[in-house]
Ligand binder design. Structure first.
Ligand code: AMP
Ligand code: MG
Length: 420
C-alpha cells in the first residue's frame, strides 16, 4: 500500500482499558480439555473439580515417634511413679499393627504408622524410658507423664473427608495443588489445552535476531518478548516469519495464522504511519474488529479482533507498548482460554513515590519499582519511560497505573499497580 492513509484512519473510537479487557475476555474461547500426566500439569488450570475419593488420613495415623497406648492406662503416670506397660508390637511407618493393644500394653510406633486398635494416644519417646524384659518376656516401657485421648493420633478424615471438593475447576495447578492431585492418585489430570499462539512481527526495518546490524535497521526484539509472555502466561509460542510492511503479504500471513493457531499476536504497523498495515487488514478481513484504540499509554493504537473464534492481538511495535499490551490483554486472554477462574490482571495499591508531572488524558502504565517501606508498598517510576525504550523494562517490577489527569500525579497518592 503506497501513499497517504485515508482520513478515517485517524478517527478511531477510543475505549477504556476496562472495556477493552471485557471485550477480550468475552471474545476468547475456552480451550478443550485434555488429559495429561500429572508431571506436566504445573501451571495449567483444572478442567474438572477434584473430589476426595477417600478420607485423609484413611487410617488412624501416628503423628509422633513413641508408644501407642490407651490413655486411660497412663492417668496416674508421673516421673516419680511411672506406669509400666508391656511393649507388645513394633510398628514402623508403612506397616500395619500385628495386634490390638490391651490394658497394660503399648506398641512402639513411628510417625506416619497406623495406630493399633485399642490405642487412643501416642506418647512421644521423650516422656518414656525403655525397661528391660520382664518376667513375661516383654520389653517394658516406663511412661512418665499422662497421655490424653487423641494425643498425637490423626483420626480418619481429620484433614479431609471423602467426597469433599478439594480443588475446583479453574484452579491453577501450583505446588500445593500438585501435592493434592498426587495424594489422591490423579496420575493423569483433566486440564484445558494450552493455546498455541502465533507471533508475527511486522516492519521493513526488522532483522532476525541472528542477523548482523545494518544501518537503519534493528533486530526484532518484540518477537522474543511476546514469546516469553506467551510462555509465562501458559501458552505455547510460535514465532512465524517476520513480514515487511506489505499489507497484502502481512494480511495473508495473519489470515493463515488465524486459521492454524488458537491465537495470533502481531507487533508493529498499528499506528497511523504511512506503512501501518494492520488497520488496512482489519478493515478488509472477514473478522470482527472489537477495538483499535484504547485510552492508555503506551499502546493507544492496540487493536483486537476475532475471526471465527480466534483472537488477533495487534500490538504496537514500540517495545514498551508491546510489553504493556501483552500484560493487559494477552495475559487475561490466555488465562481465560486455559480455564482460569480469575483471568483478569490483578492490581494492588501502592503509594506513588515521586511526582509524575506529565499530564495525560489517557491512563498511563508507567514502569516502576515496587518496594515495601515501613509497612506500606511504594511504587517509584524507573524513569526513561518513553514507549520506544526497552532497557527500562529490565528495571521494572511493576506497572504503575496512573489515570488520565491534566495535572499529573503527586508523590504520596495511592495508585494501582500491576506486579510483574
Ligand atoms: P510501529 O508500531 O510499526 O509503528 O513501530 C513503532 C516503533 O517500534 C518503531 O521504532 C519500530 O522500529 C519499533 N519496532 C517495531 N517492531 C519492532 C520489533 N518487532 N522489535 C523491536 N522494535 C520494533
Ligand atoms: Mg512499523
Amino acid at each position: 500500500m503506497s501513499g497517504r492513509k485515508e482520513q478515517h484512519t485517524f478517527i478511531r473510537q477510543a475505549i477504556s482499558v476496562e472495556e477493552a479487557t471485557r471485550h477480550v475476555l468475552e471474545a476468547v474461547r475456552l480451550m478443550p480439555p485434555e488429559v495429561v500426566p500429572l508431571a506436566e500439569c504445573c501451571g495449567r488450570f483444572l478442567a474438572a473439580d477434584l473430589v476426595a475419593p477417600q478420607p485423609v488420613p484413611h487410617f488412624r495415623r501416628s503423628g509422633m515417634d513413641g508408644y501407642a497406648l490407651a490413655a486411660a492406662d497412663t492417668a496416674k503416670a508421673s516421673i516419680q511413679a511411672p506406669v509400666i506397660l508391656n511393649v507388645v508390637d513394633n510398628i514402623p511407618a508403612g506397616t500395619v499393627p500385628q495386634r490390638a493393644v490391651r490394658a497394660g500394653e503399648c506398641a512402639r510406633i513411628m510417625t506416619g504408622a497406623a495406630v493399633p486398635d485399642g490405642a487412643d494416644a501416642v506418647i512421644p519417646y521423650e516422656k518414656t524410658a525403655e525397661g528391660g524384659p520382664n518376667t513375661e518376656g516383654f520389653i517394658t516401657c516406663f511412661v512418665k507423664a499422662p497421655a490424653a485421648p487423641g494425643d498425637n493420633v490423626s483420626p480418619i478424615g481429620m484433614e479431609m473427608e471423602a467426597g469433599e471438593t478439594v480443588l475446583r475447576a479453574g484452579t491453577r495447578i501450583g505446588q500445593g495443588e500438585m501435592a493434592l492431585l498426587a495424594m489422591f492418585g490423579a496420575a493423569a489430570v483433566k486440564v484445558h489445552r494450552r493455546p498455541r499462539v502465533a507471533i508475527i512481527a511486522t516492519g521493513a526495518e526488522l532483522l532476525e535476531v541472528h542477523d548482523a546490524l545494518q544501518p537503519g535497521r534493528i533486530r526484532n526484539s518484540n518477537g522474543s518478548m511476546i514469546a516469553a509472555a506467551v510462555t509465562e502466561f501458559g501458552g505455547i509460542p510460535y514465532q512465524l516469519e517476520q513480514v515487511a510492511d506489505d499489507a497484502e503479504r502481512a494480511g495473508q500471513a495473519i489470515m493463515n495464522a488465524l486459521a492454524a493457531y488458537d491465537a495470533v499476536v502481531t507487533t508493529g504497523g498499528v499506528s497511523v504511519g504511512d506503512h501501518d498495515i494492520v488497520y488496512d487488514i482489519t478493515r478488509s478481513w472477514d473478522g470482527d474488529l472489537k477495538f483499535n484504540k484504547v485510552m492508555m499509554r503506551p499502546g493507544s493504537p492496540t487493536t483486537f479482533g476475532v475471526r471465527q473464534g480466534t483472537p488477533l492481538f495487534a500490538l504496537s511495535g514500540n517495545p514498551a507498548a508491546c510489553y504493556v499490551g501483552c500484560r493487559l490483554f494477552l495475559r487475561p486472554a490466555l488465562r481465560g482460554m486455559m480455564g482460569a477462574e480469575r483471568a483478569a490482571e490483578p492490581r494492588m495499591k501502592a503509594v506513588l513515590a515521586a511526582d509524575v508531572v506529565k499530564s495525560d488524558r489517557f491512563t498511563r502504565f508507567v514502569r516502576g519499582v515496587l518496594t515495601s517501606r515501613e509497612g506500606r508498598l511504594e511504587a517509584a517510576p524507573v524513569g526513561r519511560d518513553m514507549s520506544s525504550i526497552t532497557v527500562s523494562l529490565r528495571d521494572a517490577n511493576c506497572l504503575i497505573c496512573l489515570p488520565g489527569s491534566p495535572y499529573g500525579h503527586k508523590a504520596g497518592t495511592l495508585v494501582d499497580v500491576i506486579v510483574l
